[in-house]
Write a protein that binds this ligand. Structure first.
Ligand code: GNR
Ligand code: NI
Length: 172
């Protein structure tokens, strides 16, 4: 496993890319997932999309276990939301690609997601609560969408400018 640098704002050139489907779940895909998992645990975070380490493939890792608990990593390739609830919920989201920024986001409370697992087998998962929020956040990354796209334009432009300025000042 290899720890990889996480791409952050203002690098929208990469973060806005649309990731390509995983052609086949093979040894390289599993190596990618393992590197992502190590990078996510190190951060730490509860989810990571491949584009956050600069790889435009539709691969995600998620682990909602708390520290001290047994780890429960989930590996997803080519995830698709095949159903979302009418009911919405608000959650204060953060993103490893937008460090130290948190804002409330409204999304469907529950989703059903179809994906390929570590063996390349199709699986369907019904998710609610934090798992539903996290999966939607990660699937957004595969489409070049960030959680700040779900908040007001004023707040979004403010945070993007803050990261642009920090980079110009050599602070990133
Ligand atoms: O670690 C993360 N925490 C989090 C909290 C609320 C909603 C979404 C997330 S995902 C985030 C890691 C990340 O940036 N994944 O893309
Ligand atoms: Ni994120």
């Amino acid at each position: 496993m290899t720890l990889r640098p996480i791409i952050t704002l203002p690098d929208e050139k990469i973060l806005r890319e649309i990731s390509k489907p995983v052609i086949s779940v093979d040894v390289q895909t599993r190596k990618l997932w393992d590197d992502m998992l190590e990078t996510m645990y190190h951060a730490p975070g509860i989810g990571l999309a491949a584009i956050q380490i600069g790889i435009a493939q539709r691969a995600i890792v998620v682990d909602l276990s708390k520290d001290g608990e047994e780890k429960t990593p989930i590996f997803l390739a080519n995830p698709e939301i095949i159903w979302s609830s009418e009911a919405q919920s608000d959650y204060e989201e953060g993103c490893l690609s937008i460090p130290e920024y948190y804002e409330m986001v409204t999304r469907p409370s529950e989703v059903k997601v179809r994906y390929l697992d570590r063996q390349g087998q199709p699986v369907e998962m019904h998710a609610a609560g934090l798992m539903a929020t996290c999966l939607q956040h990660e699937i957004d990354h595969l489409n070049g969408v960030l959680f700040i796209d779900h908040i007001s334009r004023l707040k979004r432009e403010r945070v993007v400018k803050k990261f642009q300025k920090a980079q110009k000042l050599g602070k990133l």
